[in-house]
Design a protein around this ligand. Structure first.
Ligand SMILES: C[S@@+](CC[C@H](N)C(=O)[O-])C[C@H]1O[C@@H](n2cnc3c(N)ncnc32)[C@H](O)[C@@H]1O
Length: 295
């Protein structure tokens, strides 16, 4: 069973704590809502839909997939906005489209594809009338090599633990040690990684164009600062409109953090070393596989 984490109010606390994200979203909403019919997909608490109404939207459809619809409806009622804002429960993909002039969402995540922004934007585009605006309209994904030292540190710490327990309990724990050192790649979220090489553009996705998730792509990444390299960090820039970009660049990721794909083994990371990797969206998760150390 898949449980949508956004049914937990804590997820909304986290994103509402991000002032830079909030500012970008509110600027976009306030700029484009006056005298417009508006769709918000994934309204969560309902805050941005209510702001759209306050900014002068003539109608707001606020679609939300989780039980947060009850919070959003309460917010609308307490502010007397029932005549403008309609909170609709469900996935936008399952809701009958109505004509709107401006459709927006914030379906982003450290892994830019995992919240389903590509599929949801395709569904949203069916609501937008000729000349209307879908926001965001473009999603660009970047990547760079990183030390990803955390997993290596964890393996070493776990090995030290196993050595103690092996002695204390007279157990052969080789089966665990071997699997820990088997080079299994894995993904995690981190705010502490800093690129050790130049950024490459991985995907440039026009949202709402009806296309499926992008296909796998092989790229070569480079080491610029010498030191061990164990993975790839990913970040995104979402174009909300001609004035506003939303993203989680290196050193300033906001509440999103960064999606890091660890190779499961450490490369030496000499200056100028080139590493071939494959980017692949499996389900809705972006994974990066180490193909070749090109030296
Ligand atoms: C990152 S939160 C943003 C909440 C709100 N828009 C804000 O900015 O404060 C994304 C929300 O979208 C909802 N959601 C994700 N995919 C959806 C879909 N396809 N249809 C409807 N709601 C969706 C999630 O349940 C979650 O509440």
């Amino acid at each position: 069973m898949h449980i949508n984490p956004f049914s937990n109010p804590w997820e909304h606390v986290r994103l509402l704590s991000d002032a830079s994200r909030n500012r970008a979203m509110i600027n976009t909403v306030v700029h484009h809502s006056p005298h417009k019919r508006v769709l918000e997909v994934g309204c969560g608490t309902g805050l941005l839909s209510c702001i759209a109404a306050r900014a002068g939207a003539t109608r707001v459809y606020a679609v939300e997939a989780t039980d947060m619809v009850y919070v959003a409806r309460d917010l609308v009622r307490r502010n007397g906005l029932q005549d403008v804002v309609e909170v609709i429960a469900g996935m936008v993909e399952d809701v009958e489209p109505k004509p709107v002039d401006f459709a927006f969402s914030e379906l982003l995540h450290g892994d830019p594809f995992t919240e389903g922004v590509v599929g949801a934007s395709n569904a949203m585009a069916r609501w937008v009338v000729e000349g209307g605006l879908l926001s965001p309209s473009l999603l660009t994904v970047y990547a760079a090599l990183v030390p990803a030292a955390g997993p290596e540190w964890e393996v070493r710490a776990a090995e030290a633990e196993l050595a103690r327990h092996s002695e204390n309990f007279n157990l052969d724990l080789g089966a665990i040690s071997e699997v820990m050192r088997s080079g299994t790649s894995h993904v995690y979220n981190s705010s502490g990684e800093v690129p050790v090489g130049p950024a490459v553009e991985v995907y440039r996705v026009t949202l709402g164009d009806g296309k499926p998730l992008p296909a796998p792509i092989d790229l070569v990444l480079e080491v610029a600062e010498a030191g061990p390299v164990s993975g790839v960090m990913v970040w995104f820039v979402a174009r909300m409109d001609e004035h506003t970009d939303l993203g989680n660049p290196p050193r300033n990721p906001g509440h999103w953090g960064h999606h890091v794909c660890a190779f499961g083994r450490e490369l030496e990371g000499t200056r100028g070393q080139r590493v071939a990797v494959r980017f692949h969206i499996k389900g809705k998760r972006l994974e990066v596989e180490l193909l070749d150390d090109l030296g």
